[in-house]
Design a protein around this ligand. Structure first.
Ligand SMILES: *Cc1c(COP(=O)(O)O)cnc(C)c1O
Length: 465
């Protein structure tokens, strides 16, 4: 399988190269040159597989030519072994035609583990094969950092530096990063905001001499391999509820559009899906787009669902590519207009196609808290604010009747204990294996908010380690 850029100019790459590259050289995102497709009989044959076996079947066409079946099976088996729940991604019925898929049974209690555990193993495998080593640098406001650290800790050919804004991430989130004391894990508390962290990382990547010298690499959500690994749980849910003989809809709490795009890929591969409802908090750029056809940037406002506090949904570009009949030049024009003016408007035809499949629902913090409280009262389930937005989206108007809706629960309630307690009166406890998180020793370096200082810090750290 070859991969092409959404902006049509970067060279086509193999899976190995796409994994290590992340962003395409023309600024676009890599997508498979064509979507693999399973027939109904082939989908029926997937019923009853274990999660790792299903992962192999779903990912196989995407890694063809780079990973053998044996290698893929080994990676998938190791990736899902550390998950706490036997089902890996259990489905719970909350009402007639209402389901919740729990995607928080991985090491860091958010759905990002489902992709990053696999990506960490795949990175190590591919680096070994090519005799390379890399330095991952990333910024985090919460879940990504800890999931990336867990996925890459203790690996010989990877160092990872994660920048978080000092004093501005929750204690649970910080400790999930800073209590990992592996020699290759380097936490940096930057004396600045999350935007400063992000700008610093961007500046480091833009410094090509430094980038080459350190072998910089990224694991942010535009990496194709993350999307690919997320396609698996859409098949998992669809199969459990009767695919290919019965269709389902999905309600997905959305930030960068990576998760819901993986659902779209599953549909392109033949999984019968009626609708996707994209849930957002007050940072509702996507909901406004589905309503108006215009994608328009606004400032970010902080909410109780911080993993969705984003200004731009990067992965949406991948959907645009398909909606414009894979016209790289058209995507390039839309994106450069967007960068210049902060807004673009899609033509009627591609817009209609997108609206046929996607709709949006926005909740403010007060509405989100009410969903947490109501859900607890009605079902006994304690849900985190992101998952609550998914549950509300599953009840959105206009979904086809009689089609089961699966809401994706993307974080464990204990990751956001304050918001959950304020809404429900119950303080969610951490699972057993993390119960002593608040007592574990932390390790991190405080670095001043200055690109040169961070650069020096990285160099010095790698020299001595
Ligand atoms: C990252 C994250 C999201 C948003 O997912 P995207 O793939 O960026 O749309 C939603 N919920 C939680 C808990 C997250 O960590």
């Amino acid at each position: 399988m070859k991969y092409v850029s959404t902006r049509g100019e970067a060279p086509a790459l193999s899976f190995d190269d796409v994994l290590l590259t992340g962003l395409a050289r023309d600024g676009g995102l890599y997508v498979p040159e064509s979507w693999p497709h399973f027939s109904s009989d082939e989908i029926r044959a997937l019923r009853g597989l274990s999660y790792p076996d299903l992962a192999v079947a779903v990912m196989r066409p995407f890694v063809e030519g780079c990973l053998t079946d044996e290698e893929l099976t080994d990676l998938a088996t190791r990736s899902y072994a550390p998950f706490e729940h036997k089902a890996i991604a259990p489905l719970k019925q909350l009402g007639p035609d209402r389901w919740m898929m729990e995607l928080f049974h991985g090491p860091t209690l958010a759905f990002k583990d489902y992709a990053l555990q696999f990506v960490g193993n795949a990175f190590e495998h591919v680096l070994k094969k090519h005799g390379k080593r890399i330095t991952i640098v990333g910024a985090t406001s919460g879940d990504t950092g800890s999931a990336a650290i867990e996925a890459t800790r203790d690996r010989d050919n990877i160092d990872i530096f994660i920048l978080h804004p000092k004093g501005r991430v929750s204690e649970v989130q910080r400790r999930q990063m800073t209590t990992v004391t592996s020699a290759n894990v380097h936490n940096v508390a930057l004396e600045g905001t999350f935007d400063d962290c992000q700008d610093t990382v961007k500046a480091l990547f833009a410094d090509s001499a430094f980038r080459d010298e350190m072998g910089l690499s990224a694991v942010n959500s535009i990496n194709w391999a993350r999307i690919m690994a997320q396609v698996v749980y859409y098949f998992w849910a669809g199969l459990a509820l009767g695919a290919p003989d019965r269709a389902v809809s999905f309600a997905v709490p959305t930030g960068n559009f990576g998760n819901v795009f993986a659902g779209y890929v599953a549909r392109r591969m033949g999984l019968p899906v009626e609708k996707f409802v994209v849930g957002s908090n007050r940072n509702d750029i996507l909901t406004r787009f589905f309503e108006t056809g215009s994608m328009t940037m606004e400032g970010v406002v902080p909410t109780i669902s911080p993993s969705m506090d984003i200004q731009v949904s990067s992965n949406f570009e991948r959907l645009l590519f398909d909606a414009t009949e894979r016209d790289g030049q058209a995507v390039k024009n839309l994106m450069s207009g967007f960068r210049q003016s902060g807004s673009f408007t899609l033509d009627d035809e591609p817009l209609a196609e997108i609206r046929n499949l996607f709709s949006g629902l926005r909740l403010d913090d007060e509405q989100t808290s009410k969903v947490i409280a109501d859900t607890y009262r009605q079902t006994g389930e304690l849900v985190d604010p992101h998952s609550a937005i998914a549950l509300a989206a599953a009840d959105a108007q206009g979904l086809p009747a009689g089609v089961p809706v699966v809401a994706l629960a993307t974080a464990h309630p204990a990751k956001f204990p304050d918001a959950v307690e304020a809404a429900s009166g119950i303080r969610p406890g951490l699972p057993e294996r993390l119960a002593d998180l608040l007592e574990r020793p932390e390790r991190f370096d405080v670095v001043e908010n200055d690109v040169a200082a961070v650069r020096t810090h990285i160099k010095k750290t790698l020299l001595v380690s």
